[in-house]
Design a protein around this ligand. Sequence first.
Ligand code: C2O
Ligand code: CU
Length: 481
Amino acid sequence: MLNRRNLLKLTAAGGAAALFPWERVAAAGSPATGPAALAETADAAPFAQAMPVPRVLRPVRSTRSADFYRMRMKEADAEIVKGLTSRVRTYGGTFPGPTIRARSGREVVIRQTNGLTVPTAVHLHGGHVRSEHDGLPMDTIEPGDSRTYRYPNTQRASSLWYHDHAHHLEAENVFLGLHGTYLLSDREERRLPLPSGRYDIPLAIRDARVEADGTLRYTRPSDCPNMLVNGKERPYFEVAARKYRLRLYNACANRYLRLRFADGAEFTQIGSDGGLLAEPVGHTEVTLLGGERLDVVVDFARYRVGTSVVLENTGALPGERPEVMRFDVVRGTADRSRVPDRLAELPPVPRGTVERDFTLQTFPAMTINGRTYDPERADVVTRVGSSEVWTIRNVDTPVAPPDFHVWHSFHTHLVMFRVLERNGGPAGPTDAGLKDTVTLGPGESVKIAMTWGEYSGQYVFHCHQLGHSSGGQMGRIDVLP
Ligand code: C2O
Ligand code: CU
């Protein structure tokens, strides 16, 4: 059932005031003094807490072909900064939510109950699912209600995630904790000698603002100096001197990350949003915008036991700490894992016959092709099997930091795409493989190719800077049979 309540809120708010939820907060301040003053942020010493690996959710029941889960969305307390208690929104009581480990060919069925006071919609980001199970922005679960989502897992192994998508609320809901990882594996992937088991770890990285009394406050990214990995502020993580597979997620609501090891060490990218690359790619620094994933292998055998290496964000603003987390190499161990030269056979690049153009803009409103999202309007009508080339332009021009609001992260539901070109030249260093989200810096353009299917129905595409999508930088796509 479509829910119009959120839409009405947008129409009522109107214009630029609807851009970012925090601007409504700011509007409550005095027009003379500008935004209402924020409370002091917590004094957070880095590396004060160990990084947790989110627990893997156990099915309540399994059959030959499906695993059944139950999750309840509810408020809970989390210790994000050591010694402080923060009220957060959770899937199942943990911040972030539990990890779902799924296997290609086995269906996952999740009964979600909304025990919060706000509407929610659960979207499996990167999942190829039927429209009614996609967690579309207007297709919400009201407080107190439940709903069952079915994920067929007919796609290849990939690092997916689930998160809130209720229109206008998604940015704040995700920021307050409504996100979790969903790791889909398949036989091809399991056959490779990659680090696995406890050496295969998701890192959900995101900014935050934790105030001195513990309040986790959703506000503009330039007022969010805290950096969390798996829910803890700049944690440390004890590793063995061997290879680890790290699934990097940019789970920030509104900012990009530029990640590197403080010593400049190289790491190996093996996968992207949509699973393994054809072959590994070496990097010393990577830029990820909201929604993007990068699957990397890091060899900690290069460090002596007893030493540490810091992962840092060179995209931190002046005055923010660059550290994201610290890896402490605490023991030696045997390591039979390795990264093969050939990782996977990718499906052929779609040869597009239909071309479409999209421009994304921050000012004067959050728009795609000059329009904000209207759930009653189809922006693209296509068909199952249609191969298309989309040119996406970020027409915002560069500005001085904090410049997060002029970056866009283009995401489509239902399909994975390939990046053909960036700024008229070859695809960029992290554009390889199957993608569902692509970063556009100010003034940049990309050409992407995809084939629509395998389902028909209503879906959306949008900017994954969630403050932008919640402000209407989103379009509806109808896929006809
Ligand atoms: Cu990660 Cu439409 O979302
Ligand atoms: Cu955007």
